[in-house]
Ligand binder design. Structure first.
Ligand code: SAM
Ligand code: SF4
Length: 333
């Protein structure tokens, strides 16, 4: 499946829910977002049908996200059903990790291939400040559970926000003793950019990956520790748009994802499906295509036509757009 700019599109990110057990300051306002009515959310069997059509058209990788995908009832059954769709080669998930101690084994058995766990700090107070209702230990237990269940790779996603003054070196060092792949992500202007909805994005809060890389190496030098070197073959599977480095001899890697300072739109291989069944060609564009209507009222031909339309509308680049109508938890980050 190719878009009109010649890019091969083989990756579909699916938001399973707009609900979440956290309220991260860069993602949601304290009171949460206006929740989608229950009947507007895709049912499990509708998601599976969407994946069947997508796989038939060339999608090979699925990522489940949200909101928090693990609060969605039936998520283990969904993973099993997707794993049985011919053509799907891997299923991954992005989660805050809180429910992994309970669910990691079942998810692995059901066919989940890999997990990305979101964690931005190792300081318990700062963790409470960022998530507004989480405890650091819960996510750390989630990471342990993912490793124990045998997920490989286990990636840790950290959003760098300047005003939070996170300790980048300490964070990167998570990759040394265990096979964890720590990835720093530039803070993206998704959702309202005014700051009134809790997302509060401002240019001054963006830390470019180049600066992150330099800061980590400077701090390492100052402490007499080795600096990051290119990871080469050590980089984890499903490396996507990240650039990977590692501390010499470390078990894991340190990756940098720079949607702002280095657009990777030219390599973009994805479509997104929102929890209410809209196909979204680009995270940064509010153009959406109603797959839900086609799933509920149309036949498979109509469903394929919606995918084709979304594909045709995929923009070449996000052109530094600031702000989107829906926030990250609604689009599926
Ligand atoms: N709840 C799950 C989690 O937190 O992993 C999945 C959904 S969350 C929206 C997906 C990812 O988006 C998380 O890693 C989160 O840190 C990231 N994210 C949310 N808002 C962001 C923003 N404005 N810029 C960059 N990343 C963001
Ligand atoms: Fe929830 Fe993930 Fe958004 Fe945090 S980043 S509020 S965990 S959806």
């Amino acid at each position: 499946m190719k878009d009109s700019h010649g890019r091969v599109i083989d990756y579909l990110r699916i938001s399973l829910t707009d609900r979440c057990n956290f309220r991260c300051i860069y993602c949601m306002p304290e009171e949460g977002v206006q929740q989608l009515p229950h009947e507007e959310i895709l049912r499990i069997e509708e998601i599976v049908q969407a994946v069947r059509v997508a796989a038939d058209m060339g999608i090979r990788s699925i990522r489940l996200t949200g909101g928090e995908p693990l609060v969605r009832l039936g998520v283990v059954d969904l993973v099993r059903d997707i794993a049985n769709v011919p053509g799907i080669e891997n299923i991954s998930m992005t989660t805050n990790g809180v429910l992994l101690p309970r669910m990691a084994d079942d998810l692995k058995t059901a066919g989940l291939s890999r997990v990305n766990i979101s964690l931005d700090t190792l300081d318990p107070d700062q963790f409470r400040q960022i998530t507004r209702r989480g405890e650091l230990q819960q996510t750390l237990d989630g990471i342990d559970a993912a490793l124990e269940a045998g997920f490989n790779p286990v990636k840790i996603n950290a959003v760098a926000v300047r005003s939070l003054h996170q300790d980048y070196l300490k964070f990167a060092e998570l990759s040394i003793d265990r096979p964890l792949h720590v990835r720093f992500i530039e803070y993206m202007p998704v959702g309202e950019s005014s700051g009134t909805d809790g997302c509060g994005w401002g240019k001054q809060d963006v830390v470019s990956c180049e600066e992150l890389f330099d800061t980590i190496n400077e701090q390492a030098r100052a402490q007499g520790l080795p600096e990051l070197v290119a990871a080469g073959e050590g980089r984890p599977l499903g490396w996507g748009p990240a650039r990977y480095f590692m501390f010499p001899g470390a078990q894991g890697t340190v990756g940098f994802i720079s949607p702002l300072s280095r657009h990777f739109c030219g390599e973009c291989n994805r479509l997104r499906l929102t929890a209410d069944g809209k196909l979204r060609p680009c995270l940064f564009s509010d153009n959406e295509y109603n797959l839900r209507a086609a799933l509920r009222e149309g036949d498979e031909e109509t469903q394929r036509a919606v995918f084709a339309e979304a594909l045709r509308a995929k923009p070449d680049d996000h052109h530094d757009r600031v702000g989107t109508e829906r926030g990250m938890s609604q689009i599926g980050g």
